[in-house]
Ligand binder design. Structure first.
Ligand SMILES: [Fe+2]
Ligand SMILES: [Fe+2]
Length: 163
């Protein structure tokens, strides 16, 4: 097993930060939704935050396996105010698209460096991003379709509470 390049290690460490930052963003969205009385949606977002923490752990374990050093960096303060539940899920979708772009760049780097072990590990994340984008997109579309009436938001809140 060949050693990873410092550039590749740095990019994975920065992604660990980004995954933890994602968790923080989703927890902030969850807190906002709780405050709006949308407990089901808040629960959905809290689960999402948990997944992001698992992603961070997956990257950390990968670095350990490759004998590389994990370095945790500072995460930014997340937004606290959103434009209602539709605004929250639109932001979440935008964020997932941003994360997909980051993973693509990491894959590009892994291929440039002929680091096929890292490319193989990243493939899981690319598949995961398909799910992440589509689940956020589905909720955005539902909220648009339902038109944001109180009754429809109430029903969707119930549905998302099942996650
Ligand atoms: Fe993630
Ligand atoms: Fe995600």
């Amino acid at each position: 097993m060949s050693a990873m390049t410092p550039k590749m290690i740095e990019s994975i460490n920065d992604q660990i930060r980004a995954e933890l930052e994602s968790a923080y963003i989703y927890l902030s969205m969850s807190a906002y939704l709780e405050d709006q009385g949308l407990k089901g949606m808040a629960h959905w977002m809290r689960k999402q935050a948990g997944e992001e923490m698992e992603h961070a752990e997956k990257f950390m374990n990968y670095l350990y396996e490759r004998g590389a050093r994990v370095v945790l960096e500072a995460i930014a303060k997340p937004a606290t105010d959103f434009d209602g539940p539709a605004g929250v899920f639109k932001e979440a979708l935008k964020h997932e698209q941003y994360v997909s772009g980051r993973i693509y760049k990491m894959m590009d780097l892994a291929l440039t460096e002929k680091d096929h072990m890292t490319a193989s590990m990243l493939k899981w994340f690319i598949d995961e991003q398909v799910e992440e984008e589509s689940s956020a997109d589905e909720i955005v579309k539902k909220l648009e379709f339902l038109g944001g009436s109180n009754a429809s938001v109430y029903l969707l809140d119930k549905e998302l509470g099942q996650r």
